[in-house]
Design a protein around this ligand. Structure first.
Ligand code: M6R
Length: 608
């Protein structure tokens, strides 16, 4: 999704903006642009494609002199990626510049009204409406114009705004799209995410919905939509900028896969005390937790897949019913939430528009929402009634790996905790489960050590047309994630199927040589999976099995086997995902794909 950076201070703005935008590249974009006030006019430069193009065009920002500016990386929604549609957008007099992340939902009627008043539009974007609307309301008072605009627009936005006749100020505002502001001795910053400004400051403010920020060279002020000044607390960022750098790995995705042992440790360790699961962040007593009658897990993409695993684990261990929904479906299907239900939303970014909306919908109906979130201070983290952080640190690659693993770990903790308070798990079982949980990081490490083997195998499939993933029960959940990992970064068509469902239609797609990845980690289902493997092999499939060391029969049944170390079957997904991530990664690398920034995708999907 789009990225925003702004700076005002004692240094040249353009190089700082370019540098900040480069830290937001992970969000996904197809064009970029900057507006810098040169002392007299607002200068604009835009470029389609990678940020490098804009850097070259402006000689690293050298050719855009000025101490205040705003920049933007655009992920096209309204109109193709071209210079007309790229941000910043201007009013006709070119005295107001706007960058925008989000979608103005009522832009069509607003555009019509503005056109009736004589405003001329040069782009197909929703954002241009904002530049003209600001112009319409602007009478020498930027704050007044901005708040009037906010009362007219519907949708989501994080905005950075320059007014040429207020050259000592930048304005910013947000609703449902992420925005932070930072302050240092050398000036003030706005950005869509912390890494963009971490090189310059660690003192950050999380801008809340419908708060307006006025940034000057020496500090910033916050206002409500009613133009009343508000006081906000700064947050000190204590994680390191290095955590968001590649550290010698070829891709962020590979680095992040290698961080999984640490991520799982960091997520579980602080919540295990004296051999007991203690999740203070739940803000619920054991009695309240035991009284929960149903869980609704709501999320998107991989976070949804983590939720599917969570359903099997929680239902299995705690015997409490769990429904899992894709957030974009949940929010519009008028779900039936019974009394004593707890809603859990899972999100790496904490900004996914559909997940956020599903959370708010649940809260509006009076239900408590627990967020399982990675990005500290994100919208979901702040608005959820309770927040269980997955301590994965910044995840840059669009394809999630370490945050997903941390989500699984968080769900296991919750499942054990629920099982204990509901008395479906006895104390000694809980100890065994906790022991197995603690062993996961080393076992993941061990599997990562097999990367050479998986790479050689993956190289055989760089030309594949279709690859299928099958599994039963919990292994179906991991098949969903394995298939998504492969397709999103390598562009190889792939589907995941509950193995028993294959013969109800999809098996007709199996041809001589089609790769079928069969995940079989559940002892009670070994034999059933072998039957499914026999079925696809009879139609010409080549079968790669991902199974437990003890499952010797698989050696004969499949064509290629990857073995997993022994763990409790409920936790097997945390191990099975490793070879599947490596496989997807190496197919993509073999095809020469842009692994960290796959086409058409954004890291954080902040629009519906
Ligand atoms: O930030 P979130 O966890 O809410 O994001 C949800 C999905 O957009 C995300 O998991 C997406 O599917 C990833 N590209 C998967 O690798």
């Amino acid at each position: 999704m789009c990225g925003i950076v702004g700076y005002i201070g004692s240094r040249q703005a353009a190089p700082i903006i370019l540098d900040g935008l480069s830290k937001l590249e992970y969000r996904g974009y197809d064009s970029a642009g900057m507006a810098v006030f040169d002392g007299e006019h607002i200068q604009i430069r835009k470029a389609v494609g990678r940020l490098k193009v804009l850097e070259n065009l402006t000689h690293g920002g050298e050719t855009m002199k000025g101490y205040m500016g705003i920049g933007h990386t655009r992920w096209a929604t309204h109109g193709a990626p071209n210079n007309m549609n790229s941000h910043p957008h201007l009013n006709t007099a070119q005295t107001i510049a706007v960058v925008h992340n989000g979608i103005i939902e009522n832009y069509i009627p607003l555009k019509k009204k503005l056109m009736d008043k004589g405003y001329q539009f040069v782009s197909e974007t929703d954002t241009e409406v904002l530049a003209h609307l600001l112009d319409y309301y602007y009478k020498d008072n930027p704050l007044e114009a901005i708040t009037k605009v906010l009362h007219r627009v519907e949708g989501s936005y994080a905005l950075g705004i320059l007014f040429a006749d207020h050259p000592e100020e930048i304005y910013a505002v947000r609703k449902d799209s992420p925005l932070i502001a930072g302050v240092s001795a050398e000036g003030c910053f706005i950005a869509s995410d912390v890494p963009a400004i971490l090189k310059y400051t660690r003192t950050v403010y999380y801008v809340d919905n419908q708060e307006v920020v006025k940034l000057g060279k020496d500090g910033m002020k916050f206002y409500s939509v009613d133009e009343e000044e508000i006081t906000k607390e700064a947050v000190r960022i204590d994680w390191d900028a290095d955590a968001a750098e590649k550290a010698g790995y070829e891709h962020f995705m590979l680095k992040e896969m290698y961080e999984q042992p640490k991520t799982v440790t960091d997520t579980i360790s602080p919540r295990i005390r004296d051999d007991k699961i203690v999740i203070e962040e739940l803000k619920m007593t054991d009695e309240e937790l035991a009284a929960v009658k149903k869980l609704h897990i709501v999320a998107c993409g991989s976070a949804y897949h983590a939720g599917v695993t969570g359903k099997y684990v929680i239902e299995g261990l705690a015997r409490v019913p769990v429904e899992v929904d894709v957030a974009s479906e949940f929010r519009y299907r008028n779900p039936i939430l019974e009394e004593d239900s707890l809603v859990i939303v899972i999100s790496q970014s904490g900004e996914t528009a559909d997940t956020l909306a599903a959370m708010r919908e649940s809260q509006a109906r009076g239900f408590k929402v627990l967020g399982i979130v990675n990005v500290v201070g994100s919208s979901i983290a702040r608005e959820a009634d309770a927040c269980l952080y997955t301590w994965a640190g910044p995840e840059i690659a669009v394809a999630t790996t370490k945050a997903y693993s941390a989500q699984l770990a968080a769900l296991y903790l919750l499942a054990i905790k629920l099982g204990v308070v509901r008395k479906t798990i006895h104390e000694e079982n809980a100890s065994e489960l906790i022991r197995d949980l603690r062993r996961l990081p080393d076992q993941i490490e061990l599997l990562l050590g097999q990367k050479g083997k998986i790479q050689r195998f993956a190289n055989r499939y760089v030309g594949a047309k279709d690859i299928f993933f099958i599994g039963r029960g919990i292994d179906y959940a991991i098949s969903l994630e394995g298939s998504l990992k492969l397709k999103e970064i390598s562009y190889v068509h792939s589907e995941a199927y509950a193995a028993g469902e294959l013969k109800h239609g999809t098996i007709s797609l199996i041809e001589e040589g089609t790769l079928v990845v069969a995940v079989s980690t559940q002892p009670k289902l070994y034999q059933k999976m072998i039957s499914n493997i026999v079925e696809v092999k009879a139609r010409g499939a080549f079968v790669m099995a991902v199974t437990n060391e003890e499952n010797k029969a698989m050696e004969k049944a499949s064509d290629y086997c990857v073995y997993l170390p022994e763990t409790n079957p409920y936790f097997a997904n945390s191990l099975a995902i490793i070879p599947l991530q490596l496989f997807g990664y190496y197919v993509a690398v073999g095809k020469g794909c842009d692994v960290d920034k796959p086409r058409n995708l954004a890291k954080s999907v902040t629009v519906e």
